[in-house]
Ligand binder design. Structure first.
Ligand code: PAF
Length: 283
């Protein structure tokens, strides 16, 4: 399996592949790969001649230095996992911060038509400028035909679609369903950092989302939100940061339900110092 750590090397490899008319899938990750990532890679392998998996913990999307420092980094293990999927058709790109940012580790400013100010944007200052910066840079380097992102970060997925639309980037964006542990917890690289008692407590997040989904059939968004907030107020281990029922297109909190619109419930919760997010499609 080819593993590149420098932009110039992978650019040369991509030029050679494009000359052979190979189709390219891209799966951008920050590593610490789990089944959710592997599902994206599997889908990408099904639909492309070659798949580039990028492994890069992007500093500009973190608003908290301790979260960045503690983010799991497991490159050797990640490469082994990918080798088991395909030695010939997967290319890994795991650059350094210096190689990507060339000494200027800063985000560019983006206008995502307000999507960036909802939910995560309210709690993670500059996060989506960081995501936009790295994802656009990866698109420029790799020039994929298709790129794959998980619906766990549904707001990120929506924003990346907006990035592609506004910057006329010729790439198809595919969103993939959330991959869950058997107990319902959404898979995340951060789960590896959960202490045992928090690991046991965390499936409560999805359990609550599923009940909220049922309640939303007959109750207003306000009533469902109140109910969810009460459940977390009674939970000794999990601290709710937000629960919002939002329109899937605008990501704005719903005021009055309409049969013509589609909604999703979004949640962010602290389990100790680990921030977990999840979401569920409603109606
Ligand atoms: O979802 C992630 O892992 C990251 O936000 C991404 C898309 C790889 C950009 O760093």
């Amino acid at each position: 399996m080819e593993v590149y750590s420098e932009k110039q090397q992978i650019i040369a490899a991509i030029v050679a592949l494009k000359a052979k008319k190979q189709t390219l899938g891209l799966v951008p990750t920050m590593g610490a790969l789990h089944q959710g990532h592997l599902q994206l890679v599997e889908k990408a392998l099904e639909n492309n001649s070659k798949v580039v998996v990028t492994i890069f913990v992007n500093p500009t999307q973190f608003d908290n230095n301790s979260d960045l420092a503690k983010y799991p980094r497991t490159l050797d293990k990640d490469v082994e996992l990918l080798k088991k999927m395909s030695k010939n058709d997967i290319i890994v790109f795991a650059p350094s911060v210096k190689d990507i940012y060339e000494g200027k580790t800063e985000s560019k400013k983006f206008d995502f038509d307000g999507l960036e100010f909802e939910m995560e944007g309210k709690f993670r200052n500059g996060h989506f400028d960081g995501v936009g910066t790295i994802v656009k840079h990866l698109f420029d380097i790799i020039k994929p035909d298709t790129a794959y992102f998980g619906e766990k970060d549904f707001q990120q997925l929506t924003i990346i679609k907006k990035l592609v639309e506004k910057h006329h980037i010729p790439v198809k964006i595919v969103g993939c369903k959330i991959h869950r542990e058997p107990n319902g917890l959404a898979m995340s690289s951060r789960n590896t950092r959960l202490k045992p008692e928090y690991k046991t407590a965390a499936p409560f997040i999805y359990k609550t989302l599923k009940t909220a989904n049922q309640y939303f059939i007959t109750k207003s968004a306000g009533k469902v939100t109140e109910w969810v907030e009460k459940q977390f107020a009674m939970n000794k281990l999990l601290k709710l940061e937000y629960f919002i029922i939002a329109d899937v297109k605008t990501l704005k909190a719903v005021k009055r339900k309409s049969n013509k619109k589609k909604y999703r419930a979004f949640i962010a919760v602290y389990a100790d110092d680990i921030r977990l997010i999840d979401n569920i499609a409603l109606n």
